[in-house]
Design a protein around this ligand. Structure first.
Ligand code: SAM
Length: 254
């Protein structure tokens, strides 16, 4: 399950790519704006501030996230992006840090581009750090005999498919979009004892947490902790640097 509190712990690091994405959307007076996979809704509120005349709606597949978004006053519904379709007045779609959980998302992007009204904007961002030392360490532990069966069956060892900027540009341009795609590696400054473990606990390890009971989870993270400490050493001043690559694509339907 997604945990709104743990997610918001790293709020600044997670918000910056959202605003970098938003900056490339040229819509001026959209009728309807949709935030797909809205999380706790703190960023959805920024969409309402940017376009005060628009109806801003949000969707998330986690009941806890939908509840947290509603508490912020966001018009949020429970649902999967796979089942969502744009309406005739959907002028902006934002999907930030969600589609890496949806392997079939290139087909969804094609479908949404076909269905969106002319002039509408579709903006996505996906983490693209699946070859990073943090993910290699998770896979190394998950592949150990004691975990392999259960985590392998839960799909944790399968590669998560995200495209590079040119891949998204191809998909969106072929579906009728004028495309702007790019990538950025953010160097995130973390502090505390083994903060990369805390970071991945709220993201990449979520499917692991879903499968293990409390005692197993403690054991799994205890095995992972030293690998992450070695891969991301703490500097003398207490800083741990975490490079994080993200891929962005914004398309306007022609
Ligand atoms: C990393 S969070 C991103 C939240 C928000 N977009 C942000 O930028 O802060 C991913 C969110 O996507 C949601 N999610 C994951 N798979 C989903 C799906 N198939 N359909 C809808 N929401 C999904 C999760 O529940 C979670 O709230």
């Amino acid at each position: 399950m997604w945990d709104p509190q743990q997610y918001l712990t790293f709020g600044d690091h997670r918000s910056r790519p959202f605003f970098d994405l938003l900056a490339r959307i040229g819509a001026t007076e959209p009728r309807s704006v949709v935030d797909l996979g809205c999380g706790p809704g703190h960023l959805t509120s920024a969409l309402a501030q940017r376009w005060p005349g628009a109806r801003v709606q949000a969707l998330d597949s986690s009941p806890d996230m939908v509840a947290a978004a509603r508490e912020r006053g966001v018009e949020a519904s429970l649902g999967a992006v796979q089942d969502w379709e744009p309406g005739g007045d959907t002028d902006v779609v934002v999907c930030n840090a969600v589609l890496h959980w949806v392997p079939e998302h290139p087909a969804l992007l094609r479908q949404w581009m076909r269905q969106l009204p002319t002039g509408a904007w579709l903006a996505i961002q996906v983490p693209a750090n699946f070859d990073a030392p943090s993910h290699r360490a998770i896979h190394q532990v998950a592949a150990r005999g004691e975990w392999l069966d259960r985590l392998g069956q839960a799909g944790i060892l399968e590669p998560q498919a995200v495209l590079d900027p040119a891949g998204y540009a191809d998909v969106l341009a072929a579906s009728g979009g004028a495309v702007d795609a790019w990538e950025t590696t953010y160097l995130q400054r973390l502090s505390g004892d083994n903060p990369v473990l805390g970071w991945v606990a709220g993201t990449a390890l979520r499917p692991v947490r879903d499968v293990l009971d409390d005692a197993e989870w403690r054991e799994f993270t205890a095995q992972l902790a030293p690998l992450l400490r070695t891969a991301y050493p703490r500097r003398a001043d207490g800083t741990t640097w975490l490079p994080f690559r993200r891929v962005f694509a914004v398309a306007q339907k022609q």
